[in-house]
Ligand binder design. Structure first.
Ligand code: SAM
Ligand code: SF4
Length: 330
């Protein structure tokens, strides 16, 4: 699949549920309304949709959400998709998780062929963790990390950089992650979904500033290491570990975008930061053969926009797009 700007689309991210057992302050409002179950695709339908993308050249597939591991029976979807790893059609199957259920599922994920997981963890302070996630328990996530490492999964820690909340902890997060052989990636907060007046402006910390501050304490050497995502990686000489920065606001990386995102209702977003989307649920259900679905996918890729327009400043405190990150999956 090649889009109008010549970009090869080889990466599909699938939000398997919009629900979550946490309510992170930058991601969700406390009183979220979730989709009625009837609108959500069955796991079998999601598997068929993913299969259609793999046939069209998707090599890397990431399950996300909401929290992917809280979807009932989600392991059956992982098992189904794992067969494409066995056949060689798919190169990588992975997930982004808050870690709360990893202790339960890490071994099975590894057995299916998952090699890497992204675990979101913004702070090492249990009280702050509870405040940030509203409902989360840091100990439970730590047990998840232990289980994942015992199962042989390579872990990347994702931390959203939040001004005045975790910016004083970056050094500690670097030492903790690298001390356990895990990569750390810092992410700029993105203006997605209504979370309360002015909250976003308070939270936003440009990573250019964070990097300068980190560089006062650590030696950062630029690397050309890529994981197929937008992160730019540095080697931290003192720890020998990798530190990545995802900077959708201070540095736009859309020119190398290789991905599209599918929601649990079968809506395909060709860009995280734009409203345009294609319904694939209708075409999926219209016929048992994939012909109509294939046509809909082709038409959608032909509409992939050039990039996002995220801005956070005093004139732009509201969301750039009204949907929350948990709908499209981060
Ligand atoms: N529940 C899983 C988790 O937390 O990893 C997967 C879904 S979550 C939406 C994916 C990632 O998006 C997480 O790393 C989260 O921190 C990040 N995220 C959520 N809202 C965000 C926002 N407004 N700006 C930047 N990152 C955000
Ligand atoms: Fe849930 Fe992940 Fe959003 Fe936090 S960031 S509320 S864990 S979906």
């Amino acid at each position: 699949m090649i889009d109008p700007f010549g970009r090869h689309i080889s990466y599909l991210r699938v939000s398997v549920t919009d629900r979550c057992d946490f309510r992170c302050v930058y991601c969700m409002a406390e009183d979220m309304t979730f989709l009625p179950k009837a609108e959500v695709l069955s796991l079998e339908e999601l598997e068929r949709l993913c299969g259609a993308f793999i046939r069209r050249g998707v090599k890397k597939l990431r399950l996300t959400g909401g929290e992917p591991l809280v979807r009932k029976n989600v392991m059956s979807l992982f098992r189904g998709l794992g067969k494409h790893l066995d056949s060689g059609a798919l190169e990588e199957l992975t997930l982004t998780t808050n870690g709360s259920q990893l202790a339960k599922y890490a071994k099975e994920l590894a057995a299916i062929g998952v090699r890497r997981v992204n675990v979101s963890m913004d702070t090492l302070d249990p009280d702050k963790f509870r405040e940030l996630t509203r409902w989360g328990d840091l100990d439970q996530v730590m047990r998840g990390l232990d289980a994942a490492q015992q199962a042989g999964l390579h872990i990347k820690i994702n931390a959203v950089a939040l001004r005045g909340v975790n910016d004083m902890e970056f050094g500690e997060l670097i030492r903790f992650s690298h001390g356990r052989g895990m990569d750390l990636v810092l992410i700029e907060v993105m203006p997605m979904g209504e979370i309360g007046a002015d909250a976003r402006l308070d939270q936003y910390l440009p990573l250019s500033l964070a990097r300068a501050e980190i560089a006062r304490h650590f030696t950062l050497t630029e690397t050309d290491y890529r994981t197929g995502g937008p992160a730019r990686y540095f080697k931290v000489e003192e720890t020998g570990g990798r530190l990545g920065f995802i900077t959708p606001l201070t540095h736009n990386f859309c020119e190398s975008c290789n991905r599209v995102r599918l929601t649990c209702t079968g809506t395909l977003y060709m860009c995280l930061g734009q409203e345009d989307a294609a319904d694939l649920r209708g075409p999926l259900r219209a016929s048992e053969s994939d012909e109509i679905l294939d046509q809909a996918i082709t038409a959608a890729i032909a509409r992939k926009p050039k990039g996002h327009d995220f801005v956070i400043d005093r004139r732009h405190t509201g969301p750039a797009v009204p949907r929350h990150m948990s709908v499209t999956g981060g």
